[in-house]
Design a protein around this ligand. Sequence first.
Ligand code: SF4
Length: 431
Amino acid sequence: MHPRRLTRQITLGDERVGYVKIGGGLPARDGTPTTPAPVSVQTMTAGYTHDVDACVREIHKLAAAGADVVRVAVPEKKDTDALRHILPQVRVPIVADVHFHFQRALEAVEAGVHKIRLNPGNITDRAQVIDVIRACKARNLPIRVGVNEGSIIERKDKQKRMKELGAVFSEHKHGYLLAIMIAKLEEYLDIFYEQDFYDIAISAKSMDAALVVDAYTEIGRRFDHPLHLGVTHAGPRETGAIRSVAALSGLLVQGIGETIRISYASDPVYEVEDGLELLYALGLRPRKGVDLIACPTCGRIQVDLFTLVQDVRKALSEKVTVPMKVAVMGCIVNGPGEAEGADVAVFAGDRRGIIYVQGEKVANVPEPEILDRLVAECLGFQGRVLRGEAKLGEKKVEIIPPDPIGELGSGYAKIASGGVPTPLTVRGGEG
Ligand code: SF4
């Protein structure tokens, strides 16, 4: 991991919903030092903002999933009107996503929103942009300037549009798109600087993961504002996850990116869950809840591990809040080595499971009882951690396999022929 990029810091929120800081490390305008904030996770509601009750429910759901910031679309006046009823009911900073109509930004500011997102591709009138900047400045609200690939090409001036389209469909598509993105961003930000406004975050999204990496790398070199990372229109979760992680992790490991949004054509709760998991995996946020390790299974498996893993994940994600490591392993052959270090582990055998809690064997149960017993052991361990009677990661599951892997071969035949002792010989100990 490269050191985090130092940026200006923006703050959004209020006393009631709390404050979320984005970026940091460079001194504020008045010289006050700032400390880089943890990378935050954002998402966007999928429903209509003017449907107040449904919107509030969705925001609650996203905040409960761990979203630090939630954005809502405000295409019409009825949406910004709804903000007045939504904002007092939620407990997370809200961003108004504004396109085409600068009045929506002014109305959202009046309603008490915590941040505005403007698109330089469709709010281009200088006087209108200045109006929005002044309104935000008067209330200390930050603005995200989001240049999306999809809206960056000129729409009104036909001659300019043909020229830009001609350029991006040339063989240098990637380079031209990047050049247009940067040029429009620079031109737009000049308006902000002229107004002495620096509470800015920048995004430059595309559905092309490689372009996203190049764009943010270049923007990170040119500007000291925090960067909001994202791959736009990434698709359904099944493919969008890979597209997003390819781009975002490539940037985050370089120390680039102060807040992220993963976007899926799916329930935005998945955006939050996967965004957090990405940050946990890279060590950029301390984990909340279970760190679940599970084997992919192979020809040695003798229980329905896929179902067990899903059931364990669901049960523990609802009940466990401490970052304990839990391993669900399909067999005793490779499982032990891979599960070493787990606080709680189950090793499946011939339709049975042997459960360990920090190196101590606590149960050997038939397959139908594995889930309930494992969950009960995890909750019991969590209780001891919370009471200060146990420490996470203090003792390791240390296993001595019953048989070298080579000798065991595929395992299945040997297990079937009784070549493996029953119950499986697994020994726990302190690490
Ligand atoms: S060897 Fe065992 S632990 Fe490894 S994948 Fe196969 S069943 Fe799972």
